[in-house]
Design a binder for this molecule. Sequence first.
Ligand SMILES: [Fe+2]
Length: 273
Amino acid sequence: MDPATLVDLNRYPIDRLDDAAGQALLARARADLDGRALALLPGFLRPEAIAAMVAEAEPLEAGAHRRERERTAYGWMDNRGFPDGHPRRALHTLRGGSITRDMIPPEGPTAMLYAWPPLVDFVRRALGHETLDPCADPWLALEFHIEAEGDRFGWHYDTNDGVVSLLLRAPDEGGQFEYVPFIRDEDDENYDEVARVFAGSSTLVQRPAMAPGTFILFRGRRSIHRVSPVVRTRRPRPIALLSYDRNPGMVFPEATVRAVFNPSSEPHFGSHS
Ligand SMILES: [Fe+2]
């Protein structure tokens, strides 16, 4: 499997970033990330690549880790002590399936593309980092999220700098990615606007159209976002999530990994657990 065959390199020359066309692609991605926290490359995956990645994900769906829980949008902070109705107290449903890296064939198209040096370098340069590597996490570095009818990924922020998603199939109705670019910064949580987002009355919510095969690079640390409930779909919505980090060898906190696995199927954390 040559990852170069998966990507429309005529349209998106990520293997030639120092050519004029590559420079223009990088400049556009950076401008989109700076301006609206989101860079979309429609048609990034060739149709055969979409088919190959769907064919990889589908047989694994039956073994996906299903989870359903309520959480605040502010998981990295202590949210005790806020009054009822405050955005820090509001709970949002996370319900869906996860196919983790240990289940995904290492020689298959998704894992090969994830680690393909031109892709890693494109993401690194688009985000403006000196270094960037695929995460070393054996479970969450690479995932397929699977959303069936009724599933949703409630309002939240990400705690990392950038995430790559590859949409493989759109649901028939619902399952829309929604976000507000740069609603918060490190000094101002902008709770009034966040409350309007939660109430459905904000005029700032963006709902970008995304077709299967779209490459999605998103900065979610300051941009609240969700996937709206999947209302109706004949087949679950699979999306590949590719995690990178500036620090080589990055693994997710044990609590983050545990939250994905059912208690009965938790991975074995080293020799002491
Ligand atoms: Fe997120």
